[in-house]
Design a binder for this molecule. Structure first.
Ligand SMILES: NC(=O)c1ccc[n+]([C@@H]2O[C@H](COP(=O)([O-])OP(=O)(O)OC[C@H]3O[C@@H](n4cnc5c(N)ncnc54)[C@H](O)[C@@H]3O)[C@@H](O)[C@H]2O)c1
Length: 318
């Protein structure tokens, strides 16, 4: 297969590139390194990397014309500055439109997208959330530029008429992950800074489990439309913190402070993976403690200079 991966230098995109290359496929990555890292892609004879933004239609068209992909995994996303609505629209909406126009022109046989579960709003009407849940149920106050623009992008993918699978994801974690609570805990704990945890719960999906499901989709399993990738059960952020402490083999003098969540945050997001389990013959299998250990090993080796979040109410940036 020839697979074009936008955001292929990022966390999820680079793991997928590694897996595809290890199976003998050809990969072209487009990334502007907003939140990705050059080092996430190891040089390989079947790998081409294009540095640039998907908001640039000429750059996107040139990449498609030269690589002629069979399939596209659209993993690029903008989210790191919640006030920069323009960048979110350029990347998540216009960038997606550019990708879909080029994918249509080249008759790409499948496009895979990663959507945030925040598309269901901040106050979901059910737990676990099923695929029938309305987008932005109307009961959600707040929301974010990230969730709005990602949802706009997702709708253009459907509008294109091409075959697509949009995976709405639980919180992915693992080596190379620089967003969410785990890298923040690691970078604070490893530099002797105090931590706090929010009173929220999340379903954590290990990146290699996630990649396994995406590979099944690239190999033709599943049908056009929407799916959830999740384990189906949630943990409190305090439990995640406690496992991090354990993996780092440190003992704190007092228990970590638990803080109320911010206005644009949601208490728990449990999304129902049953259709994915069935259609992709797939189930998440990595235990949280193992995944945390793997992530921490990577942080120790590679360091963290920056972490990213789409949330507004966040501790001081570092
Ligand atoms: N990680 C999660 O838990 C999670 C949850 C829900 C959805 N997603 C979605 O999964 C996808 C991958 O996320 P990730 O966790 O790997 O994040 P990431 O930040 O590691 O990867 C995103 C990549 O896109 C690149 N990028 C940003 N703007 C770009 C542009 N204009 N042109 C080209 N490249 C650009 C970044 O540099 C980065 O390498 C994203 O679409 C994200 O919205 C992730």
């Amino acid at each position: 297969m020839k697979v074009l991966i936008t955001g292929g230098a990022g966390f999820i995109g680079s793991h997928l590139a590694d897996e595809l290359l290890s199976q003998g496929h050809h990969v072209l990555v487009i990334d502007n390194y907003q939140t990705g890292r050059v080092e996430n892609n190891t040089q390989h004879k079947n790998l081409t990397v294009v540095e640039g933004t998907i908001a640039d239609a000429a750059l996107v068209n040139k990449a498609f014309d030269s690589f002629m992909p069979d399939k596209v995994v659209h993993a690029a996303a903008s989210y790191k500055d919640p006030e920069n609505w323009e960048e979110d629209v350029y990347t998540n909406v216009l960038g997606t439109v550019n990708i879909m126009r080029a994918a249509k022109k080249h008759n790409v046989s499948r496009v895979i997208y990663f959507q945030t579960a925040l598309c269901y709003g901040l106050k979901p009407l059910e737990q676990p959330i099923t695929l029938n849940h309305p987008l932005f149920s109307g009961k959600s106050e707040g929301g974010s530029s990230y969730a709005i623009s990602k949802t706009g992008g997702e709708q253009y993918i459907e509008l294109s008429g091409l075959d697509f699978v949009s995976f709405r994801l639980a919180n992915a974690y693992g080596p190379r992950n620089l967003s969410g609570p785990l890298p923040t805990f690691y970078s604070r704990l490893s530099t002797g800074k105090a931590c706090f945890v929010m009173d929220t719960r999340r379903d954590f999906i290990y990146v290699k489990d996630l990649v396994g499901c995406v590979m099944n989709a690239l190999n033709g399993m599943g049908t056009r439309g929407y799916y959830h990738i999740a384990t189906g059960s949630d943990y409190s952020i305090k439990e995640l913190f406690d496992s991090t402490i354990k993996a780092l083999n440190i003992k704190l003098e007092k228990d970590v402070e638990v803080r109320p969540r911010g206005v644009d945050d949601v208490f728990t997001i449990l999304i129902d993976p049953s259709k994915t389990n069935k259609d992709f013959n797939w189930k998440a299998s990595t235990p949280l403690e193992f995944g945390i250990k793997e992530a921490i090993e990577w942080y120790k080796l590679n360091g963290i200079t920056q972490t990213f979040t789409h949330l507004k109410q966040i501790e001081e940036k570092h």
